[in-house]
Design a binder for this molecule. Sequence first.
Ligand code: SF4
Ligand code: FES
Length: 248
Amino acid sequence: MNLTLKIWRQKNANHKGSMVKYSIQNISPDMSFLEMLDVLNIQLIESGKEPVAFDHDCREGICGSCSLFINGEAHGPDRRVTSCQLHMRKFKDGDTIFIEPFRAKAFPIIKDLVVDRSAFDRIQHAGGFISVNTSGNTLDGNAIPISKKAADKAMDAATCIGCGACVASCKNSSAMLFVGAKISQYALLPQGQVEASERVKNMVEQMDLEGFGNCTNTGACEVECPKGISLENIARMNRELLKAQLKG
Ligand code: SF4
Ligand code: FES
């Protein structure tokens, strides 16, 4: 396939940035989207130009590093896949593809397509953990009875990879799908009950401090989430918060 790429180039956080046009030839439909960008970068390096900076690590949909806004959609036109799992067969020969970084006030651009998502880490640090006894008398997790329904829902919430596509897709740059998933994975389990009130209050407070917007039930986050995290997790987070506030 021969393609035209229009890619956001920005030297650093202070630079204005703009879309730059590139032509790329002989791309296999079996390549992943990131492999296609690797081919472009090899061309750029060989011609003495600066390669395009983009985030990636596992390249198998696990780490949440890749964060491209492709043709106006977070992670591109496929569903339930990350940018690294998107294949070039989703595009046609002669296509023009627009590639931009995830955009949100709380995700400032570092360079080109790389954004700073450390706001998510700070939200996690505020409460996205449980305290367990590691003294040698640790209770075997399998000895605690948990209903299949609760276990399944907690596991579904725990599949969130923290990519930030929900924020990038939301007109309000809301992080509530991410935070809802991180709260739900513990709220549904007995192990998460000890710190439940503090967790939800601290995480929601940190989310607001980071400058993420509010949820207005548009649902774009759920549509674009590569892991299919359900809006139900936002509702659960709101219930958990109300419960914690009523407790005082
Ligand atoms: S909720 Fe989905 S889109 Fe948002 S960070 Fe988690 S995996 Fe990514
Ligand atoms: S590079 Fe790890 S999820 Fe895409």
